[in-house]
Design a protein around this ligand. Structure first.
Ligand code: DLL
Length: 429
């Protein structure tokens, strides 16, 4: 099933022509961003340097840190009055990364999501419960408007209150749910405890964090859904960048909207089809915040085999990150952000350890931090207020609940070489 048959079935030649036209347009648009103007001039690149799609390799990469350095609006290519919405995502330290959208961007974005949903057979007859955060996270509003565009009946239930979510699924005859795979696992357990088997459900759209085939099988069995992997990131609008089709063997990426490369993260060189590397994307249809060769940090590969359902090379399920970013309950966390928070609290030191576990299918993060000698009376019991303060500061900065354990000065491991402050104990996927 197609949402936009013409564009979804373009032959290779027409697609490449369209991509080149859009790449040239994007190259012109970024001239409105000081960062790019300077970068491209330094690299000796002008509009005439882009003659073929391969010329993209001449362009320097854009990294998350570059976006952070442009905080808050340094990457907007249009005046603020043209920006109708802002979302944010975690930066590597204190400040988030800001993404902006024009009215046209919001329309393009919801169109891409409508394509994904239509591809897996969702129609206006479906009832959709959107169980993700509706705030600054792009998953909530992104899916919401895509689903409305398809014409589904949308229930903006957001997160939390799992029993109520289950009641709504049953009462409203929900056919399609969207959430993180870990929340779906939790939902399935609570449904089991409540003795309900969620008969109306047919389709589960899961993403925003890595998950495995074994989780897919469990979710399909427990929830009675067909489960699809959905991938995206805020810098490229949000969800809707790549999505599984009914074959469920790799994710379709919309090549008219995203120019894809896979590189070796150490050398920056492109790798061949079927070889894993870091996904680098040049969005071709963004107005407010065009980007060139954006390094996603996500590890995948371009698949060698085509698909039965439509043209276009697919990418494999994301298997990891090429940097140290953690994805905890769908929220991105950099160890440097944690350090940044702790360093601002004088009573605790810069010695900390982070443990990530999966408890009842949900990610849990524990931060152990040493108290500074001058603030330590010898009694850990006196420190409840300090412990609460650290929890609050971390929650405010990361938008994530963590468990904090204060430990005695000198008790955490010291590192001679590269420090290893994060121990991820979640089962490997
Ligand atoms: O997570 C957008 C999204 C919302 C995608 C809802 C799917 C569903 P960010 O918060 O900017 O955006 O986080 C993006 O999350 O670079 C990946 O590391 C990770 N990620 C997202 N989807 C997947 C997935 C949204 N399906 C970062 N598999 C990305 C693995 C994923 N990792």
């Amino acid at each position: 099933m197609f949402w936009n048959k013409k564009i979804e079935t373009l032959n290779n030649k027409d697609l490449q022509e369209l991509q080149l036209k859009r790449l040239k347009k994007t190259f012109a648009q970024v001239q409105h961003v000081d960062f790019y103007k300077k970068r491209l001039a330094e690299a000796g690149l002008k509009a005439s340097s882009i003659k073929t799609l391969d010329d993209i390799t001449k362009i320097p990469f854009t990294k998350k840190q570059d976006l952070r350095d442009g905080y808050p609006f340094g990457f907007f290519a249009v005046p603020l009055k043209k920006i109708v919405r802002i979302h944010t995502t975690s930066g590597t330290t204190g400040k988030p990364t800001v993404v902006g959208y024009t009215r046209k961007d919001l329309d393009t974005w919801s169109d891409l999501i409508a394509r994904n949903m239509t591809m897996v057979g969702i129609t206006e007859d479906d009832v959709f419960q959107n169980m993700v955060n509706y705030g600054m996270f792009t998953g909530g509003l992104g899916f919401h408007y895509g689903a409305e565009k398809v014409g589904m009946t949308v229930i903006p239930s957001a997160t939390g209150n799992t029993k109520r979510q289950i009641e709504m699924i049953n009462d409203f005859g929900v056919t399609t749910i969207h959430c993180t795979p870990s929340y779906a696992m939790h939902l399935s357990e609570v449904a089991e405890e409540m003795g309900t088997n969620l008969d109306s459900l047919k389709t589960g759209l899961f993403g925003a964090e890595p998950w495995s085939e074994s989780v897919r099988k469990t979710l399909e069995r427990r929830l009675g859904v067909t489960a699809y992997d959905s991938y995206g990131l805020s810098e490229l609008f949000g969800p809707g960048v790549a999505f599984e089709c009914k074959e469920r063997d790799g994710l379709h990426i919309w090549h008219d909207a995203y120019l894809v490369e896979i590189i070796d993260p150490r050398t920056g060189e492109q790798v061949g089809d079927g070889e894993r590397g870091e996904l680098v994307v040049t969005p071709l249809v963004k107005e407010a915040m065009p980007l060139l060769r954006y390094r996603t940090g996500d590890v995948t590969m371009l698949m060698e085999d085509g698909c039965l359902c439509r043209r276009g090379q697919k990418i494999a399920r994301i298997t990891g990150r090429s940097d140290d970013m953690l994805v905890i309950r769908g929220i991105n966390v950099f160890p440097s952000q944690i350090e940044h928070v702790l360093l601002k609290i004088p009573e605790v030191g810069n010695q900390f350890m982070v443990y990530v576990d999966r408890v009842n299918h949900l990610d849990e993060m524990t931060v152990e931090v040493e108290i500074n000698r001058e603030h330590f009376s010898g009694e850990l019991a006196d420190l409840t207020n300090l412990q609460k303060k650290v929890v609050k500061e971390l929650r405010d900065a990361l938008e994530l609940r963590t468990t904090v354990k204060l430990v005695e000065p000198g008790s955490l491991p010291r590192f001679e070489g590269k420090s290893k402050r994060v121990i991820d104990r979640r089962e490997a996927i």
